[in-house]
Design a protein around this ligand. Structure first.
Ligand SMILES: [Zn+2]
Length: 255
């Protein structure tokens, strides 16, 4: 599942390999108009990726839970089946393939698909004031759901939601209103710090404290990590019931 930092790394790789190059063939037919156009820029924004082409046209892809861009040499075997490809851009010396992106569309106004998003968590400078303002207007009932709200702050995914809350010993089920602005700022800055560190560390070497570690000991107190679905989308929240103040929640009905 891609998070903002994955999209950033993907955008950087695409920029390096296809930036300034001319598309020799674009498939499927819905994006065929890109054939013959030069790539002007590749920009990440939250979980969205925008590729701008000469002539004022852009390819917007949204990765959600499943999408990923790959780069191959011409003729190289793909790591996923061709039927899963939602876009194939062939250049002279490289082929960019996007698999299973739920959104793949050509747009005239490259900003339109991302205009609803909050400030990107990875951008410098990070507009934390705007994030807090948006957070206070959000109707997200719990802190865990608020952190995944891309209209408040773009790019935080489930992994960094869990990790940041564990680091600050915060209960994912608490109401955002229970935190004052200073503490809420700390939550976003912690998520940003964890994600920025991962921009320079290869994925295989990432170690998470709680995410993906259900039943294993909390690195801080040794209590087994718990997993519980949260919110309408039932995203799995990994947490330490001891460090993160869970007792009050356990008495509440299952949500
Ligand atoms: Zn713990």
């Amino acid at each position: 599942m891609p998070e903002g930092d994955t999209i950033w790394r993907t955008a950087a790789a695409l920029r390096r390999r296809i930036g300034g190059k001319v598309v020799r063939e674009a498939r499927p037919a819905a994006i065929g108009r890109l054939t013959g156009r030069r790539v002007e820029s590749v920009e990440p924004n939250g979980k969205h990726l925008l590729m701008r082409f000469e002539g004022g046209i852009a390819l917007h892809s949204h990765m959600r839970m499943t999408g990923s861009w790959h780069l191959y040499r011409p003729g190289e075997r793909w790591r996923q089946p061709a039927w899963r490809a939602t876009a194939v851009l062939s250049f002279d010396d490289v082929v960019a393939v996007c698999f299973a992106a739920p959104v793949m569309e050509l747009v005239r106004d490259a900003q339109a698909p991302v205009s609803h998003l909050g400030p990107d968590i990875l951008v410098d400078p990070f507009d934390l004031d705007a994030v807090i303002e948006r957070a206070r207007r959000s109707e997200a009932p719990t802190l865990g759901e608020l952190l995944l709200e891309q209209r408040v702050c773009a790019g935080i995914g489930n992994i960094y939601k869990c990790e940041a809350l564990w680091k600050l010993r915060l209960d994912a089920w608490m109401a955002p209103a229970e935190l004052d602005d200073a503490r809420l700022r700390q939550v976003y800055l912690t998520a940003r710090d964890l994600m920025r560190r991962n921009l320079v560390t290869p994925i295989a070497r990432q170690r998470h404290a709680v995410h993906g570690r259900g039943g294993r000991p909390c690195p801080r107190c040794g209590t087994p990590i718990q997993i519980r679905a949260q919110g309408q989308q039932a995203r799995l929240t990994y947490f330490c019931p001891r460090c993160q103040g869970a007792p009050a929640r356990q008495a509440a009905p299952t949500r």
